[in-house]
Design a protein around this ligand. Structure first.
Ligand SMILES: NC(=O)c1ccc[n+]([C@@H]2O[C@H](COP(=O)([O-])OP(=O)(O)OC[C@H]3O[C@@H](n4cnc5c(N)ncnc54)[C@H](OP(=O)(O)O)[C@@H]3O)[C@@H](O)[C@H]2O)c1
Length: 369
C-alpha cells in the first residue's frame, strides 16, 4: 500500500510542522498555497462556489460507531484550515446533536464556511423515526430549529433530504422559496430525487445542488438520469458516501470490524455473500491505488472528482465523511491526485456499473426514482 499523500506534498512546499504529521499553521498554509483561496480548487454548484471536496459530518454523531466529540470538533476546524470549508450535516443526524456539534465547531469562523443542512426525515428527540415530511409548515419550523441549533442566522444550502410523495413538491419548494426571500437560506437543494421531481422543484425555486450517493460502487446517477438532468438544468451534483461508507478504503475486511450498533451491519452490501463479492471489487481498486502510490480512499475520491465535466456531467463535489483528523488530511490530499485516461479506463473495468452486490439501503423505498 502506498503511503497516503499529505497536504504538504500536494502544494509542493516544505512544511515546518512536526515531520510527517501533515500539520501546518494556517498562515503558513496560505503562504504555501501562493495566496490562492487556501490552496483548494473550487467548483460551482449552480451559483454557489464551494471547494472541490467537502466534509460530511454525519458519522461524528451517529450511524458509524461511537465518536469522540473533541476529535470531531478538531476535524471540522482542521478542515477549515485546509480549505475544506463545505460542511454537510442534517437535522436528523443524532438526531439534532450533529447540527449542535457543527455549530460549536464553527463558532467564531462562520464566515469561512459554506454550511449545508437538511430537513425532511422527521425524528423525535428520543431518536424515533416519525417519517418523511415535506409539508410547508414543517419546512418553516425545521429551518428555524436548524438555525438555532447551528447558532447561525442563515443556512447556505438547505436540502430537502427525502421526497415526501404525499405532498406535491411544488408546495415544499414554495416554502423553500419563501425561506430564500426571508433571508433564512441562501440556496436550496434536494437529496435522492427522481429527475422529474428535480425538474418540478427547479421550476419553483432554482435547485442549486442535488445530493445523491455516488461512488465507484454506486453508479446509479449515471443510469437513472439524475446526472444528465443536473447538467441540463445547470444544477451541481454533491456525491455522498463517496468512499462507499468506508468500504472502498479497503480497511473494512469483515463485518466484525464494525461496532455492534453500526448502521452498516444492516446494510445489504455489508452482508455475507455480498460482502465477500464487494471485497473483490475493493481489492481491484486497491491494486490500482498501490501502483499510483495513493491510498484506496484517495483513489475513490479522485475518481468521483474526475466525473465532474466528464462526458457532459455537471460539477461533481464529493463530501467524504470522517470523524478523525488523520483521515480528513488523507482525503483532502485526494484533490491533488491526477487520473489519466488510462487510470479512468482501468477503474471503469475494476468497478463497472452495477458491479456492487446488494442494495445500498436495507429499505430502498425512501429512495425516490
Ligand atoms: N443525503 C443523504 O441521504 C446522505 C446519506 C448518507 C450520507 N450523507 C452525507 O454524506 C457524508 C459522507 O458519506 P458517508 O459518511 O456515509 O460515507 P463515506 O464518506 O463514503 O465514508 C465514511 C466512512 O469512511 C471512513 N473513512 C473516511 N475516510 C477514510 C480514510 N481515509 N481511510 C479509511 N476510512 C475512511 C469513515 O471512518 P470514521 O468514521 O472512522 O472517520 C467512515 O466510517 C455524510 O457524512 C453525510 O453528511 C448524506
Amino acid at each position: 500500500m502506498g503511503s497516503p499523500r499529505r497536504w504538504g506534498e500536494r502544494i509542493g512546499c516544505a512544511l515546518s510542522g512536526r515531520a510527517g504529521t501533515g500539520e501546518v499553521t494556517r498562515d503558513r498554509f496560505v503562504a504555501c498555497a501562493g495566496g490562492q483561496e487556501q490552496g483548494m480548487q473550487t467548483r460551482e454548484l449552480g451559483a454557489l462556489r464551494v471547494p472541490a471536496l467537502g466534509l460530511g459530518c454525519m458519522g461524528m454523531s451517529e450511524f458509524y460507531g461511537t465518536a469522540d466529540e473533541a476529535e470531531a470538533e478538531r476535524t471540522i476546524q482542521r478542515a477549515l484550515d485546509l480549505g475544506v470549508t463545505f460542511l454537510d450535516t442534517a437535522d436528523m443526524y443524532g438526531p439534532f446533536t450533529n447540527e449542535r456539534l457543527v455549530g460549536r465547531a464553527i463558532a467564531g469562523r462562520r464566515d469561512e464556511v459554506v454550511l449545508a443542512t437538511k430537513f425532511g426525515n422527521e425524528r423525535g428527540e428520543d431518536g424515533s423515526r416519525i417519517g418523511i415530511n415535506g409539508r410547508p409548515d414543517y419546512v418553516r419550523r425545521a429551518c428555524d430549529a436548524s438555525l438555532q441549533r447551528l447558532g447561525i442566522d442563515v443556512i447556505d444550502l438547505y436540502y430537502q433530504h427525502r421526497v415526501d410523495t404525499t405532498v406535491p413538491v411544488e408546495e415544499t419548494w414554495g416554502a423553500l422559496r419563501e425561506l430564500v426571500e426571508a433571508g433564512k437560506i441562501r440556496f436550496a437543494g434536494i437529496s435522492e430525487a427522481a429527475p422529474e421531481t428535480i425538474r418540478r422543484a427547479h421550476a419553483v425555486q432554482p435547485v442549486t445542488a442535488v445530493q445523491t450517493e455516488y461512488s465507484l460502487w454506486t453508479r446509479d446517477p449515471e443510469d437513472d438520469g439524475v446526472l444528465a438532468t443536473c447538467a441540463e438544468l445547470g444544477i451541481g451534483f454533491v456525491a455522498y458516501s463517496p468512499i462507499g461508507r468506508g468500504f472502498l478504503s479497503g480497511q473494512i475486511r469483515s463485518v466484525d470490524d464494525l461496532a455492534p450498533d453500526d448502521f452498516r451491519r444492516h446494510n445489504p452490501r455489508f452482508q455475507g455473500e455480498a460482502f465477500a463479492r464487494n471485497l473483490e471489487l475493493v481489492d481491484r481498486v486497491r491494486e490500482i491505488a498501490e501502483e499510483k502510490g495513493v491510498t484506496a480512499s484517495q483513489l475513490a475520491l479522485a475518481w468521483v472528482m474526475a466525473q465532474g465535466g466528464r462526458e457532459g456531467n455537471p460539477a461533481v463535489v464529493p463530501i467524504p465523511g470522517t470523524k478523525r483528523v488523520a483521515y480528513l488530511e488523507e482525503n483532502t490530499a485526494a484533490a491533488d491526485v491526477e487520473l489519466t485516461g488510462d487510470d479512468l479506463r482501468r477503474l471503469d473495468e475494476a468497478a463497472p456499473r452495477g458491479a456492487a452486490a446488494g442494495d445500498r439501503y436495507p429499505d430502498m423505498s425512501s429512495v425516490h426514482r
